[in-house]
Design a protein around this ligand. Structure first.
Ligand code: PEP
Ligand code: MN
Length: 338
């Protein structure tokens, strides 16, 4: 249930509506947009049906939300959300965000070296996994806290924001100290304990779509985070499993405009995992920008042959830099900027 408040409604009237709903055991989320203020009520809606909210002073309209997700829906917030990173970068506005870096943090030297190059090419966020969700338990699992320390140090030295995957609710507090954005990986999209845990922080979250998740599933997972009070969520299309075997995954480009229609949250695209092959990354990155995404996450490695993980889909810095130049032109064509 969404209550649209009249433009001239007073704070007292808004508080009265909230108080009434909370007395009935519902949780109220107020969204103050540029054009209008909206109150979203979460909880058993039957309760609300018995009180005529329409007659409350200050109420313009009451709309039942038909979608199973509420806080992430466009109905709840008509304007697109802007997620702020370190109070400096904005995701969801005219300017696109470019996140780049190695799949895994491998060493301090290699991270610093690639970070300088991706920064020079135009990236503003450094990616690097310290906890790696590998299919095989015998593959490299990441450097753990040591890797997080490198992320923090290099981020500071190069003035780049940082994003790294958190796999376990027990690591949220630890990671909170080291990185600027929590990445929830595809395999953990429905790890509800993890979603709730990051929802209890105010740190930006990059929520990746699960391997076999529908767009609806992705939005429901985001709803878990918002319902706990953290609205700083970015969604990420990273390819899904289909019958196609020519590429590692099938990047669902449709998901970009679909999510933008259904939700106010920013949408990031990861063409690296979406294709699994470095030679395809550029085309899909350009398609994603043309389709209206708010940013890209691209794996970059100085020596892909020796990469601890995902070398086959990693761009070398020179190719990455050239790609960013091309992306700038695509962005301009769709009235965006890089
Ligand atoms: C990654 O970003 O390196 C990663 C493991 O991504 P995903 O969860 O999308 O597979
Ligand atoms: Mn990877």
């Amino acid at each position: 249930m969404i209550v649209i408040v009249k433009p001239e409604a007073t704070e007292k009237q808004i508080a009265h509506i909230v108080e009434k709903a909370e007395k009935l055991g519902l949780k109220a989320h107020i969204s103050r947009g540029v054009e209008r203020t909206i109150i979203g009520f979460i909880g058993p809606e039957d309760v609300l049906r018995v009180i005529p909210l329409e007659v409350f002073p200050g109420v313009e309209r009451v709309i039942p939300v038909l979608s199973p997700y509420k806080l992430v829906s466009r109905e709840f917030r008509r304007e697109g959300s802007i997620v702020k990173i370190r109070n400096r970068l904005e995701v969801g506005g005219k300017k696109l965000i470019i996140m780049a870096g190695p799949c895994s943090v491998e060493s301090l030297d290699s991270l610093l070296s690639v970070a300088k190059k991706i920064k020079a090419a135009g990236a503003t966020v450094l990616r690097g996994g310290a906890f790696k969700p590998r299919t095989s338990p015998y593959d490299f699992q990441g450097l753990g806290e040591e890797g997080l320390k490198y992320m923090k140090q290099v981020g500071k030295e190069c003035d780049l924001a940082t994003v790294s995957e958190v796999m376990d609710p027990r690591d949220v507090e630890l990671m909170d100290r080291y990185v600027d954005i929590f990445q929830i990986g595809a395999r953990n999209m429905q790890n509800f304990s993890l979603l709730k845990e990051v929802g209890m922080t105010q740190k930006p979250v990059l929520l990746k779509r699960g391997l076999s998740a529908t767009i609806n599933d992705l939005l429901m997972s985001a709803e878990y985070i918002l319902a706990k009070g953290n609205f700083n969520v970015m969604l990420c299309e990273r390819g899904i499993r289909t019958f196609e075997t020519a590429t590692r995954n099938t990047l669902d480009i449709n998901a970009v405009p679909v999510v933008k229609q259904k939700s106010h949250l920013p949408m990031i695209v990861d063409p690296s995992h979406g294709t699994g092959r470095w030679g395809l990354v550029g085309s899909i990155a350009k398609a994603a920008v043309a389709a209206g995404c708010d940013g890209l996450m691209i794996e970059v490695h100085e020596n892909p042959e020796e990469a601890f993980s995902d070398g086959a889909q990693s761009l070398v810095p020179e190719n990455f830099s050239e790609l960013v130049g091309q992306l700038k032109k695509v962005a301009l064509a769709v009235e965006r900027e890089i």
